[in-house]
Design a protein around this ligand. Structure first.
Ligand code: SF4
Length: 222
């Protein structure tokens, strides 16, 4: 048993027995999605907004392309821009730990961002940039057809839901994603949790909230 993971789970109030009983699925490993491949081709060399000017790479998304769980962050950072992969570096490692606490692995979810190119100096993407990129995100969601969407952080939540609220408003609520009516939940952004580790206990409440919602509606995370 990995001690670092046990310590992290303990900080969130998760007992070791839950860890032992978490399931690890491999059936999604080779799960390609040709509709998503069309979106990848469409986004290639995109210059729809100014973020194209300074990017190193377009960070399209990664994971199970037919996953039931889609995770949407805000924007690529420096590490993501360099690697072309979403959520790498310290925030990415923490996201892996959060997924683990949910009984999931990175291979079993699909991870992307509201914009696919890094904003200069890691500033928040502005409304125009998010709007310019929203067509790609909508097509990703339409291709993957997730059962639930989890937004990371209030910036992504406010922009995706078209409101201006704090995390206290978003936590432990179910929203509908646009016309699709896909249930949407909001978690703390891993980068915020790195700065505010005392909030990890609240995160476990949020995970249990999703599980409770799915149980009531005959679903599960995996
Ligand atoms: S952020 Fe999106 S819309 Fe803007 S250049 Fe990158 S891929 Fe195109």
């Amino acid at each position: 048993m990995n001690h670092k993971k046990i310590r992290y789970l303990a900080e969130m109030g998760v007992e070791a027995f839950w860890y032992k009983n978490s399931r690890h699925l491999s059936r999604f490993e080779e799960n390609n999605n040709s509709k998503l491949d069309d979106v990848k081709r469409e986004i290639d060399n995109c210059e729809r907004c100014d973020l194209s000017e300074n990017r190193g790479s377009i960070v399209f998304g990664s994971g199970d392309e037919k996953s039931r769980v889609m995770i949407i962050g805000e924007a690529p950072g420096k590490d993501e821009d360099a690697s072309g992969e979403p959520f790498v570096g310290r925030a990415g490692k923490l996201l892996d730990e959060i997924l683990f606490a949910m009984g999931l692995s990175r291979k079993e979810v699909y991870i992307t961002n509201t914009v696919k190119c890094r904003p200069p100096s890691n500033r928040n993407p502005n409304d125009d940039e998010i709007l310019s990129c929203s067509d790609f995100l909508d097509k990703q969601i339409d291709s993957i057809k997730p059962s639930i969407i989890i937004l990371l952080g209030k910036v992504a939540a406010n922009r995706m839901l078209g409101i201006n609220e704090s995390m206290a408003f978003f936590r432990k609520k179910v929203f509908d994603f646009g016309n699709t009516k896909i249930p949407l939940f909001v978690f703390y952004h891993p980068a915020y949790l790195l700065r505010s580790p005392s909030q990890k206990k609240n995160l476990w409440d949020d995970i249990n909230f999703i599980k409770g919602y799915l149980r009531k509606n005959g679903g599960s995370l995996n």
